[in-house]
Structure formats: C-alpha cells, structure tokens
Design a protein around this ligand. Structure first.
Ligand code: 1GP
Length: 264
C-alpha cells in the first residue's frame, strides 16, 4: 500500500487533537554543535517531544543544509524551520514557519522578506505554514526585537494582542505564535493567551523564557496549543528535566472529544 502522506501542518493539528497540546523544542544551530545532535535528539524523542523548530535570529553556523542533514539522519521528529533570515531556507526541512511579524509595523517583516523567499520556497518544494508572529514585551530587549526593528506588543494589553491575532486569523494565517523572545526574562502572560484563544480558533504557539513545568502548565491551561522551549533545554539537556517539561504540556492539556476547529 502506498504510504499515507500528510502535511506537517496536518501532523501538528493531529498532535493537538490527540494530545490536547504539543511540545516543541527549538534548536539553534549556533548553540548546538552538529556532533551533539545524536545525543540531543535521542533525549528529545525519549522525553516525548512532538516536533523540532530549527533556526535562530543570527545563525553564524555555516552549512545550514549539512546541519539539517545531520539532524535528519538521527531523528524522525518533524523538522520545522523557524527562520531568522532568508539564509535559513532548506529543502531538508519538513516545513517552514512563514512568519509575518504582526506585532510590529516593519514592512520588511510583514511582506518584504516574504517576496524574496516565496520563489525559493516553491523551488525547494517546502511546505510554508503561514504564521502570525507576535513578539510580546518580556523585560529586557530580545535579539528578535532588535533584529526585526520592531516594538513588541505591550504585555499588559491582552485586548490588543487578541485583536492582532484575530486580524491574522481573518487574513488566513494558519498558526499564531506569541513569543517573549529567546531567553526572555518574563513569559507571555496567561491573560493574554486566554484573550487570544477566546476569539481565535487558530492554534496558538507560545514560547520565550519558559523554564519550569509549572510555567508551562499555566500557559497550556490558559489556552496554548503548542509550547516551545529552547534556551532552558540548551542549558540543561537532562532527560528527567525535559521529560517533566513535556509531561507538563501533555498532562495539563484536555484532550478534545470532538475534532477541534481550525482555520487551516
Ligand atoms: C524563542 O520561543 C522561542 O523564539 C523559545 O524561547 O529560548 O527562551 O525557550 P526560549
């Protein structure tokens, strides 16, 4: 029988349907050397990680394709690009977050880079997942804010975040991502997550500065469909710790009895 092929986006929706929420680990090639990938990905698989985001705001690491091939060789987890720049497009990815920085007003990150990327994405045969990306104020300025020349969304304005997310949903974006930025001092507030998920059916990804099972559980209870952790696991790649973080996602989430709505 021919293998059943589904898109990576459908795979993400299936994870949300079956587990209630998904746990995604962010790999920044600048911070995780290729020779550590076998041990790191084995740890992720054993801990119950659902998918990997790959990318970074800077990406000094040379040979992105070769890095991804090394990753592909050692894991069956979906590899989803989380690009900080046009240099992070590769046919080795399963899919790519096609990010519009909707919290900001920099046209380069709303449409400019996308025009450059679109023909390359088509040529590479990559699956783009249109994503309404919101940088949320999180204490000190993050690399993503600085590099994107955008102001983050004020953290005490859940209504502005909800209206921004709803606009993205109405434009047809298939994921929403509320991000405090890598290594954020403060995580995305729960009242903001709740305000977004009250008005949007599009799955919401939440990340930035998450370090404990309790913090993760609170984001899932507030309505996050996917949790992303990068820095904390880079600093502590320990099986027990990562298993606890994954369990906080999967054990907290309510598994829906009926198919979950999605604009996708
Ligand atoms: C950053 O949301 C991701 O864009 C993950 O953040 O590295 O702080 O976990 P951390």
């Amino acid at each position: 029988m021919a293998p059943v092929t589904t898109s990576t986006y459908d795979h993400l929706l299936a994870i949300r349907q079956q587990r209630g929420a998904g746990f995604i680990v962010l790999i920044d090639p600048d911070k995780l050397p290729a020779d550590e990938l076998p041990r790191f990905t084995l740890l992720c698989a054993e801990a119950g990680v659902d998918a990997l985001f790959v990318g970074g705001s800077l990406l000094h690491a040379p040979a992105f394709d070769a890095y991804l091939r090394s990753l592909r060789d050692v894991t069956e987890l979906p590899l989803i690009g989380f690009p900080g720049s046009l240099s992070q497009l590769s046919a080795e990815l399963n899919a790519l977050l096609y990010l519009a920085v909707i919290s900001g007003r920099n046209p380069e990150y709303l449409i400019g880079q996308h025009v450059h990327a679109a023909p390359v994405i088509r040529r590479l045969g990559l699956e783009p997942i249109s994503t309404g990306y919101m940088l949320i104020e999180s204490g000190r300025a993050t690399t993503a804010q600085y590099m994107s020349h955008t102001m983050p969304l004020p953290r005490h304005k859940p209504d502005v975040a909800a209206a921004t997310a709803l606009a993205a949903e109405m434009m047809g974006m298939r994921l929403l991502y509320a991000d405090g930025g890598s290594g954020a001092d403060q995580t995305v507030p729960e009242d903001m997550i709740a305000a977004i998920t009250e008005v949007c059916t599009t799955p919401l990804v939440v990340g930035g500065g998450l370090r404990t099972p309790d913090a993760i559980a609170r984001k899932v209870q507030a309505g996050a469909s996917f949790i992303v952790v990068g820095t904390a696991i880079e600093q502590r790649p320990d099986l027990g710790y990562v298993t606890d973080l994954a369990a906080a996602v999967h054990d907290t989430a309510d598994v829906p009895e009926t198919p979950m709505p999605s604009s996708g």
